[in-house]
Design a protein around this ligand. Structure first.
Ligand SMILES: [Zn+2]
Length: 126
C-alpha cells in the first residue's frame, strides 16, 4: 500500500469531518445520483443507468488531480460504486448533470495560473 503523507492524513481527517457534517453519519448515506437527474430532467439517462450498486462514497465533482478540493462540501456528491464508475464512463452527460467537471481538458493558461497561485499561496486550496 502507498504510504500516506502527514499532510494527506490531516486532509483525510478534515474530509471525514466535512462529510459527516454535510451528509450525516455514514450509515445513513445514500447515492444522490437520482437527485442530480431530477435537477436536470432534460438530460437523458437510460433507465438501466439509474440502478445503484455497491457502497456509497464521497465523489469529487472536480477531481483532485484537476485542483478540486476534497474538503469543500460544494465539490462533493455521494455516489454508489456504480455511479462513481458511470461518471467516468459518461463524462459529458455527468457534466450536464453537475456531477463532473473534468471532461474538458485544463488549458495551458489555467495550468499556468494554478501553478502561479500555488507558488504565491502555498497551502491554499485552489
Ligand atoms: Zn448510485
Amino acid at each position: 500500500m502507498k504510504p500516506v503523507s502527514e499532510k494527506r492524513k490531516v486532509l483525510n481527517i478534515e474530509r471525514a469531518a466535512m462529510l459527516e457534517e454535510t451528509f450525516g453519519p455514514r450509515e445513513g448515506w445514500y447515492c444522490q445520483f437520482a437527485i442530480y437527474c431530477e435537477r436536470f430532467p432534460d438530460v437523458i439517462v437510460r433507465a438501466l443507468d439509474r440502478a445503484h450498486h455497491g457502497e456509497v462514497h464521497g465523489h469529487e465533482i472536480l477531481k483532485r488531480s484537476r485542483g478540486g478540493s476534497i474538503t469543500d462540501p460544494n465539490n462533493v456528491a455521494l455516489l454508489c460504486d456504480f455511479h462513481n464508475g458511470w461518471v467516468e464512463d459518461f463524462p459529458l452527460t455527468a457534466m450536464k448533470l453537475g456531477l463532473a467537471d473534468h471532461a474538458r481538458p485544463i488549458s495551458k493558461t489555467t495550468q499556468r495560473i494554478n501553478a502561479l497561485n500555488k507558488k504565491n499561496h502555498p497551502g491554499e486550496a485552489l
